[in-house]
Design a protein around this ligand. Structure first.
Ligand code: 5AD
Ligand code: SF4
Length: 456
């Protein structure tokens, strides 16, 4: 079989990274190998994100960049996948008529058939295109091949366990692009995790748009929640670290609290988006919880796992947000003290309730609030990182650094750590003394063990 080149780019969240990997897995048996260059590739897939306008704009600008490559290689297949494909459908063809395939997050398992169908259609009409944005009855997960590890060195992997969302936060497109909430069957997840562990994976991140709403069925049709799943997989000897993301405050449950309390393999780091700290904006966002509900969860987690650290997503400039509302968000941040966080200016998404709300906040106000919010979050992140200087953290080393002899790994809190160390230590979790801290990373020294193994 001749080797064909696949260029695939993921935009947005980790779920898209997972999906891109699965598309790569699907295309490998057809002879496709990945390439870092869109130019000259046989198939180019842009796995898009629709969460904010900026992400959508990026896709059109990348399409414009790829257009000449396509013109130079007439048999190149140019595909737009993911959430923007789902939301925009054939609108993409109007803007970029040189695109060949458009398919959403729920149909990518049909990629081999779509490629064959496109090739048949193109032999009759070179301008033929494929548009596949259905929500099929059957889950794609029933049709995907065994996964391969996510990072090149094979120490950590994502496993998608839940997808879609029924929460309908008024700002968010996810319920429309990813569809209704769906949990994968327990056995399938366990099978996928075991396959990854047999390939040397040490760290699994369970993924879902609302991962703690997971309610997969086992073979006896008994429902499992996320806490139960975590407690179960923690018994797999080869598995050393468990994470999950992204969660919703309303789906915290007793089994999950217990997992945080008892399962040492579950990392003491929780990404729990709150978005804002004002009750009236939370209500307008349809978050269905108050600021106080959120703080109670934080307190409970801290009492169960004192070393736990938190991260969150924030939105500034949601319609109707006053300076007082914004101050309440700052107050909540002061209160929780985040290890890290993502923050965004509210972006109008067509078709969402908030997009049609009155009192949209002016852009310059959003800019100014984002600046103040990020200033506070950055200060907290630096303080958090500095608190480890002189202490020891466990680091999973994953890849080479920029400099010769440098390795980069992740702490239990997802901080990046740089050390001098031998390549063969990649894939190991090693005690590391933290010697310096910046906002975006830590410098460390490996603690030499008695037999000097790190030295070899
Ligand atoms: N504008 C800005 N940020 C948004 N998010 C979701 N929708 C929007 C929007 N319309 C953010 C939320 C969510 C994260 C994944 O993206 O903070 O938690
Ligand atoms: Fe979007 Fe809200 Fe669902 Fe998260 S919980 S995916 S923010 S609708």
């Amino acid at each position: 079989m001749s080797v064909k080149k696949l260029f695939i780019k993921s935009y947005g969240c980790q779920m898209n990274v997972y999906d891109s990997n699965r598309m790569t897995d699907l295309l490998r048996p057809l002879g496709y190998e990945t390439t870092d260059l869109a130019e000259g590739a046989d198939i180019v897939i842009l796995n898009t994100c629709h969460i904010r306008e900026k992400a959508e704009d990026k896709v059109y600008s990348d399409l414009g960049r790829i257009k000449p490559f396509k013109a130079a290689k007439s048999d190149m297949i140019l595909a737009v996948a993911g959430c923007s494909a789902q939301a925009l459908g054939d609108e993409i063809l109007r803007q970029a008529p040189y695109v060949d395939m458009i398919f959403g997050p729920q149909t990518y398992h049909q990629l081999p058939e779509m490629i064959a169908k496109l090739s048949r259609a193109k032999s009759k009409d070179p301008r033929a295109t494929i548009l596949n944005v259905d929500f099929p009855e059957e889950s794609k997960f029933d049709h995907l091949p065994d996964p391969t590890p996510t990072n090149a060195d094979g120490s950590s992997a994502f496993v998608s366990i839940q997808e879609g969302c029924d929460k309908f936060c008024t700002f968010c497109v996810v319920p429309y692009t990813r569809g209704a909430e769906y949990s994968r069957p327990v056995e399938k997840i366990i099978q996928e995790i075991k396959a990854l562990l047999s390939r040397g994976i040490k760290e699994i991140t369970l993924l879902g748009q609302n991962v703690n709403a997971f309610h997969g069925l086992d073979s006896n049709s008994k429902e499992w929640n996320l806490g139960k799943l975590i407690k179960h997989i923690a018994d797999f000897q080869e598995l050393e670290r468990i994470r999950y993301t992204t969660s919703h405050p309303n789906d915290m449950h007793d089994d999950l609290y217990e997992a945080h309390h008892r399962v040492s393999k579950l990392m003491p780091h929780l990404h729990l988006p709150v978005q804002v700290g004002s009750d009236s904006i939370l209500k307008a966002m349809n978050r269905k919880h108050t600021c106080d509900d959120y703080l109670k969860i934080i307190d409970k987690m801290k009492s169960l796992r004192p070393e736990i650290a938190f991260s969150s997503d924030f939105i500034v400039g949601f319609p109707g947000e006053s300076e007082k509302d914004f101050q309440e968000t700052l107050k909540l941040i002061e209160n929780v003290k985040y290890a890290q966080a993502y923050s965004f200016k509210y972006s109008i998404r067509p078709g969402t309730p908030a997009g049609a709300m009155e009192y949209q906040v002016p852009e310059e106000v959003k800019n100014e609030r984002l600046y103040r919010l990020q200033d506070l979050l950055n200060t907290q992140q630096l303080e958090f990182n500095k608190s480890f200087v002189g202490k020891t953290l466990d680091v999973l080393f994953e890849r080479d650094g920029k400099h010769e002899g440098q390795l980069i790994g992740k702490t239990q809190y997802l901080q990046s750590v740089y050390v001098d160390g031998k390549k063969r230590l990649k894939g190991s979790i090693l005690e590391t003394k933290i010697i310096d801290a910046k906002q975006n990373g830590l410098a460390g020294e490996l603690i030499l063990v008695q037999d000097g193994t790190q030295d070899q």
